[in-house]
Every structure is written in C-alpha cells, then in structure tokens.
Design a protein. Structure first.
Length: 257
C-alpha cells in the first residue's frame, strides 16, 4: 500500500473526473479542438508542478537523514558517559536515565504527530544541568565539550524537525500548482476526443498524473506523519530500536501508548 496506495487513490479521483468528462461528451460540451496552444498549456502546467515537486523533494531528502542523525548523536552521547570517571557514579547513572528520557520524548512527539518544544526543552535542559554538574566535578574539558556538542546537535535537529513538520513549502506555490492542475483538467473537459477511446485514455493518464503529483507533494511536505496512512513518510525504525535499547539498559519499563 505504501508503494501503490497513492496511485490507487489518484486513480479513484481520476475515475470520478472521467465520469464528469463523459457527461460533457453526452451534453456535447466538447467544443475545443486540440491545438498547439492547448498542448503547450498542458506541458507548462506539468513543468510548473514539477518545479514545486523538486522544491519539496529537497526538504524530504534532508528529512531522510534526520532519524540517523538523532540516533547517532544520542548513542554517542550515551556511550561517552562511560568514559567519564567521577567519584559519584550515581550522577552518571542519572545522566543515562535522562538520555533515555530524551529519546522517549523525541519518539513520543513523532508517534503523536506533533513536536512539543516545551517537553523537548525540559529534557534537553535536564541534560544541560547534568553537564554543568560535571564541570563542578572537575571532569576534563574535552569530555564536557564532546557531550555538550552532541546535545547541541540534538537540539538543533529538534528545531529543524519542528520547522519541517509545521511549516509548508511556499503556500503560494501550492496554490499555483493546484490552479495549474485544475486549469488543465477543466480545459480537457471541453476538448474534443478524436479518436474517442484513445482520447479517453489520454485524459485519464494526464489527469491521474496531475492528481498523483499534487497528492505526493502534499504528503511529502510533512514526512513525519506516523500512523496517518500516508504514503511518503520517513521510516523511523532506528529511533524505535534505540529507545527500546536505552530502556533496557536503564531498566525503564515500556509505557503503554
């Protein structure tokens, strides 16, 4: 379904448009002949939508890297704690528990299709306070800087996720793409299909291509919609696995979601 679901959905919408097209034929409303001007308009509309698709694809490709970047930073932060030698090891254990809590907070946001920065900031601030405590315990600066760098990287990625999830790629561009697709389909309603059956096939293919591209662009604009039966979401299995791993290491019992 993830591979063909969007195409099936677009085909269903196009099927309705095809019925409307047949009604236009029945009422003899197909008064336009195919000219170079019409074909140029169709090509220009598809080209416009393709440019907008390329813009959303850039953000999508960046989003694909986010789960691995988060997992790498948190795993590195957690493992670096084993290198810190302080008399009070309970502090290190608490930092490991706070690291696992940060991982749970991140995944909770993904699972709930939201990005609660207040919860994220509280989890990050807790670890920042722990790092400050390491300074008071005279931990060598290179370890403190390494931990701080990884935590800052996680915080930066967190803000980037919120930006991608909650903002749209140039709303005016979406409006232009929708107008272009609607203009082509409406125009095709009035074009004479000759030969008739070949014309119907072309109408179906062109309309389905436009509808499928619009649906894909809308879906790609937020690639973190977990559980919403969308078709272009980022796979977050690395984060699920890491959360389970950290919970086992810190002895945290799995919560019911």
């Amino acid at each position: 379904m993830k591979t063909w679901g969007l195409i099936i959905k677009a085909a269903g919408i196009t099927g309705v448009l095809l019925v409307v097209r047949l009604v236009f034929d029945y009422l003899n409303l197909d008064v336009l002949s195919v000219t170079t001007l019409i074909t140029a308009f169709i090509g220009a509309a598809i080209f416009t939508i393709a440019i907008i698709f390329a813009g959303t694809l850039t953000d999508y490709k960046e989003s694909e890297k986010i789960p691995s970047d988060i997992a790498t930073s948190i795993r590195s932060f957690y493992s670096d704690l084993d290198l810190v030698r302080v008399p009070d090891q309970t502090h290190i254990l608490r930092m490991k528990e706070n690291t696992a809590a940060l991982m749970r907070c991140i995944n909770k946001n993904f699972r709930h299709n939201m990005w609660n920065m207040k919860e994220m900031n509280e989890a990050v601030d807790a670890l920042n306070a722990d790092i400050s405590r390491l300074v008071d315990m005279n931990v060598p600066p290179n370890y403190v800087i390494k931990l701080k760098t990884e935590l800052t990287n996680i915080d930066r990625i967190s803000h980037r996720v919120k930006t991608i999830a909650e903002t749209s790629f140039i709303p005016a561009a979406y409006a232009i793409s929708e107008l272009a697709a609607a203009g082509v389909i409406i125009l095709l309603f009035f074009v004479k299909l000759d030969p008739f059956y070949e014309g119907l096939v072309l109408f179906f293919v062109i309309s389905m291509l436009l509808v499928a591209l619009l649906l894909l662009i809308k879906d790609m604009d937020n690639p973190f919609e977990v559980g919403k039966k969308t078709y272009a979401d980022i796979d977050l299995f690395l984060l699920w696995d890491l959360e389970e791993n950290l919970n086992e290491k810190t002895g945290h019992k799995k919560e019911l979601i």
